[in-house]
Design a protein around this ligand. Structure first.
Ligand SMILES: Nc1ncnc2c1ncn2[C@@H]1O[C@H](COP(=O)(O)OP(=O)(O)O)[C@@H](O)[C@H]1O
Ligand SMILES: [Mg+2]
Length: 304
């Protein structure tokens, strides 16, 4: 885990809804505690990060400072393309002339990977961004799109290099590609729930990441039901509960469900231990409806 905090780029990936954003926030928090300056970048995500980080304002397409060490951005492909275009062409009116005329726009619209490229390209660019003569961020945590989209996004640099082997786009794509496969600087952090479908998607995702030669960190198994529920004593109490007073019936039924969930989760974890076979970090399911900075803090401690 501490190795992860020393990377330049950590890409958080997994099935939709498994807790990627939550884990990305916890990781970013853990890194700032270790003294790192961190950018937490989302890829065109529905707003929710602001609440999680305790920010008064929503996190939009411009970088927002959360505190001294932590900044966040929700990358919008359109805004990122504009930024990138201006960066490449150096001058706003030229950007408008080149990118915002009708034929160019329909051409760009027909290039399906463009959104992925502008978002990944912007994340890469932030890993190289300097301020006062030094890197602006030690670590960029990229809260990626859900599995299939993430893999498509990570394949993009190769596609760009094939489509346009020369020029500034190819140069950036090849630098991005080199970063993605560099185990010293990059790690993909997979997140899953201890449930059947997320588990299956994790196995496929790990295979895809291997094929793409993207180094993988530990697998985070998020929202584990409490171990206490599967304690043998609980089983004994439940077995003897036929004669329990009716006031306890609901509590006992709830406990029985929790115990079954934990047993299922343990079985899933066993499967994950053999495939993809990565080291695992378990995070508990927190008993809170709406997560905020306190929960992120707690998960950051548990991560490390
Ligand atoms: N460890 C956890 N304990 C309790 N709730 C969690 C936990 N991790 C995530 N959640 C909740 O699950 C939902 C999905 O999490 P989120 O991080 O938004 O997933 P994703 O980014 O993968 O779609 C959110 O409502 C979040 O608050
Ligand atoms: Mg998310």
């Amino acid at each position: 885990m501490n190795g992860l905090l020393d990377k330049r780029l950590v890409i958080v990936v997994g099935k939709g809804g498994v807790g990627r954003t939550t884990v990305a926030a916890a990781l970013a928090r853990a890194a700032t505690r270790a003294g790192k300056r961190v950018l937490l970048a989302q890829t065109n995500a529905p707003e929710g990060l602001g609440q999680l980080l305790g920010s008064k304002t929503a996190i939009g397409p411009s970088v927002t400072a959360i505190d001294e060490r932590l900044s966040a951005v929700n990358i919008s492909p359109k805004a990122a393309l504009h930024e990138y275009g201006v960066l490449l062409l150096r001058y706003e009116p030229i950007y408008r002339a080149v990118f915002e005329n009708k034929p160019m726009r329909s051409f760009l619209g027909a290039f399906p990977g463009l959104d992925y490229w502008t978002m990944l390209g912007k994340a890469w660019w932030h890993t190289t961004e300097t301020q006062d003569g030094r890197l602006r961020y030690d670590l960029v945590v990229l809260d990626g799109p859900a599995s299939g989209h993430a893999v498509a996004m990570l394949r993009i640099p190769d596609a760009v290099m094939r489509a346009m082997p020369k020029g500034p786009l190819a140069r950036d794509a090849s630098l991005t590609r080199a970063l993605l496969s560099d185990a010293r600087r990059t790690s993909a952090l997979m997140v899953t729930l201890p449930e059947e479908l997320p588990m299956r998607e994790t196995v496929i995702l790990a295979r895809d990441l291997r094929e793409l030669r993207i180094p993988m960190g530990p697998l985070v198994v998020n929202a584990m039901p409490p171990a206490e529920a599967a304690d043998p004593t609980v089983a004994k109490v439940l077995a003897a509960s036929t004669s329990a007073p009716p006031e306890l019936a609901n509590l006992l039924a709830g406990t029985a469900i929790l115990a079954a969930r934990r047993r299922d989760a343990d079985r899933i974890v066993e499967g994950l231990a053999s495939d993809p076979g990565l080291p695992m970090i378990h995070l508990p399911r927190l008993p809170t409806g709406q997560l905020g900075p306190e929960e992120v803090d707690r998960l950051a401690t548990l991560l490390v």
